[in-house]
Design a protein around this ligand. Sequence first.
Ligand SMILES: *Cc1c(COP(=O)(O)O)cnc(C)c1O
Length: 379
Amino acid sequence: MTNGVLPAPRVNIDLGKLRHNARLVSGWAGKAGLEVFAVTKGLRGDPQAARALLGGGVAGLADSRLSNLARLQGLREETLNGRGRPRFLLLRAPSPAEAAETLALSDAVLCASPETAESLARALPAGRPYEVLLTVDFGDLREGLLPEDVPEAALALDRRLAAVSAERDPSRRVHVAGLASNLACFCGVVPTVAHFVDLARLARETGEKLGRPLRVSAGNTAALPLLLRRELPPGLDDLRVGEGIILGRESLHREPLPGCHLDAVTFWATVIEIGRKPSAPSGELAEDAFGHRPVFVDRGHRLRALLAAGRQDIVPEGLKPLDEGIEVVGATSDHLVVDIEDYPGPLGAGAELGFSVNYACLLQAMTSPDVARVHVGEA
Ligand SMILES: *Cc1c(COP(=O)(O)O)cnc(C)c1O
């Protein structure tokens, strides 16, 4: 609990803890010969947070949105402890119409659409390379080509891009630089050693067709358990890690990652009313404000606090109180109800309560215009 001098509701971003988590994850990856791209979409491309992540030793920054990458452009000239400039990766394929913006804001893109790759080749300014990482779908059924289609598609695309470049100016070069795969996002498919072996083999075969080695961008936070068990096969080049660094947990069972801070990012909201009320509602029950029929257990009268934040700002199921004796009961658009019966201290209107957040809740909080962002700790 704190007493509000800072804006609320807010997300507290602890820069030192973020840097620590980034350092641990990039250290584990480094031992396996892998680079880490820190994924900033959960932080809505927050530049101060991203600087802390770079300070933790990641090779670059990755985001799914051009709007977030635009916020990070001030960091492009940052030098990374003797390892040159950070690389910027766009994770969600842009539309062909976004080619010029994509080229301006990133060094590489994950993409499987030939039309888009071609529009990138046509829009590329002279004198700089740009990399397309072809996405491969191993069954999570979001983006990418099916594995069996990759070698032919990569060859056809690479020839097309070379033709476009030659037509214009051979020094302008957009090329198929590698393969990328992503699991555990849309369908929750668990990445296995076999997936990564297949990906590495596919990259080798495709590289032979193209006449040059291809880079392999292997996966996300869901690959960290395999990394920690030293089970990732050779032939992979990088991991793109968001949740693991920001929240300190792997994403399959949400187990804590060893040594990582679980509270690098926390959510804070202000108490606006306290009252002792029955824990079960009275009267006939129909749908709540969000079309659900919540079930309440009758625990007798309980002391409850009402906080000034709601579903516009958070996902209540994703909040975990930092203090003992506090339980989240639920939320409507603008009110968060918590049970404080077992909270040992005094609590009144104006007090603030803090919560750790899950990924869905973080995303909601970072994208709510009414939630402030406060940076604490040293980057
Ligand atoms: C969001 C995203 C990531 C990062 O996922 P985490 O589970 O947060 O590590 C990696 N790759 C792609 C393509 C993504 O969209």
